[in-house]
Write a protein that binds this ligand. Sequence first.
Ligand SMILES: Cc1cc2nc3c(=O)[nH]c(=O)nc-3n(C[C@H](O)[C@H](O)[C@H](O)COP(=O)(O)OP(=O)(O)OC[C@H]3O[C@@H](n4cnc5c(N)ncnc54)[C@H](O)[C@@H]3O)c2cc1C
Length: 515
Amino acid sequence: MMQKMSRRSFLSASVFTSIGIFIERLSGGERKAAAATDISIRIPETEIPVAAEADVVVVGGGPAGFGAAMRAARSGVKTMLIERFGGPGGAATSGYMCTTGVGDTFPLHSEWVKGISDEGWLFDAWKAYPQLEDNVLVHQSGRMNFYPDDGAYVMIRMLEKANVKLLFRSLFVDTVIRRNSSGDDSIEAVVVENASGRQAIKGKIFIDATGRADVVARAGAPFKSAGNEKGLPVPFSLMYKISGVDYDKLFEYQKSDPALWTAIARARAAGDIPEGLYMPYQYTMGGGWGGYCGCPQLNMCALRGKGEMLVWSFIPYHWGLNPAENGFDASRGEIEMRKFNIAEVKFLKKYVPGFEDAYLSGMAPYMALREGRHPVGEYLLTRDDILNESKFPDAVFKKTLGDPLNTSPEFQPRTNEKGELMRVKITDENKPRSYTCEIPFRAFLPKKINNLLLAGECLSCTHDWFYGYRLIPWSMRTGELVGRAASMAVKQGITAKDIKWTFGYFDDSLNLGKN
Ligand SMILES: Cc1cc2nc3c(=O)[nH]c(=O)nc-3n(C[C@H](O)[C@H](O)[C@H](O)COP(=O)(O)OP(=O)(O)OC[C@H]3O[C@@H](n4cnc5c(N)ncnc54)[C@H](O)[C@@H]3O)c2cc1C
């Protein structure tokens, strides 16, 4: 079903999709983030085909987009999922997180995990290597791992069964906006770029599940840039796999050099460790996220293959790159991370027993971001909402969160610069206080656009609030919420903003009025 956009739509497309005009609309700071020069060019007006129409159009196929598309389709509305990569799963699969995620679980999430498990693809590293449980090199305890393609395959199977129309290898690039005389604007279509060229996809309700609020930004809705008050976002990672590791030999070597600090010192003295790799923790924020992001030593997790591990490396926090909004930062980040990863593999092979026959067996297709833009929605969640345990009349979720500025002992630096172990186990005595936090439906509604919903990492919240929440199961769950809300809006012929959430906490069996 290929139709040209109507004259009216075409006119609005030409006004709001012209790159020249888009740049002119940017504020000073945004212009700097988007362009390296002050010069702009105007591209000619162009007419693009409408390639498809759906009731609900989900942009971004990560855990959140997967949840949104599944729930909308299962609620009986025509649903389309647009994803720039060749498969779903986002950071969890294409970003090589290789994990089902940590924290709470929910029915759809459990269904996906069961699908992976039923195939025999779920791997419990601790069972395979009990020595890893208290190993200082291990990224995180209690992870259940899978191969990225396996996790994505199970998602595809579920999406197809639910009748979601999939449009992969399609980059969302813009929105076609309809100005409404009364109040907020609406998105008439999203514009994608793929093998067919530039195409429009029309919809009734749209969902931004891009993990970095691309739709919000292109639609001209307000957002806060990633990062703390100094503009420094949580560091990001280009994950990689290394194979051919002799774990027994490594564990034996760790008896004398548990955090590899001696090996690192030798390699550093020989000029084999580039600046920024194994950076000391003082470069990190010092608060909640800081202890976690930054690695003074190898940061790994075992994978299913014999002698195989997944490795995290982090872009130096103090570089202050903002790849969600700045193309040059994104490019530099990828280049530097590739160099770090190769340097690390070379270091391990040369200096650490157990890695002699190891080899790089795969780098993630992209550098996954821990933090992107934060849309400013009808309600913006802040750290105060955590500390005050704010209650909301339109609460959709109840979630336990810690104070983002009070680091959990689990995430404290694991060694000091002398290589001494500092890892602290969480006990009843040192457990940081947790808070019961509500999330209002309004945090899923961006300002300015009336038929757009936010999912996963695109929730309306500040940098501070974001950290404790931004995990795979919760991203998927919020996707489910907005997928369900979108289907309800379609069935009732209303926009997302018209939904007055009075149904209490979101639950799969919840009766949302007559829909
Ligand atoms: C390095 C790292 C480690 C992590 N470790 C863990 C962990 O151990 N456990 C855990 O639970 N969570 C972890 N997380 C967090 C978890 O991965 C995220 O919370 C989760 O993936 C967020 O889901 P999402 O769908 O909101 O975003 P994403 O996973 O980022 O998905 C967004 C999707 O949108 C697509 N997209 C973006 N822009 C466009 C566009 N313009 N056009 C088309 N498609 C687009 C992307 O390709 C992607 O598929 C980690 C994250 C990172 C980066």
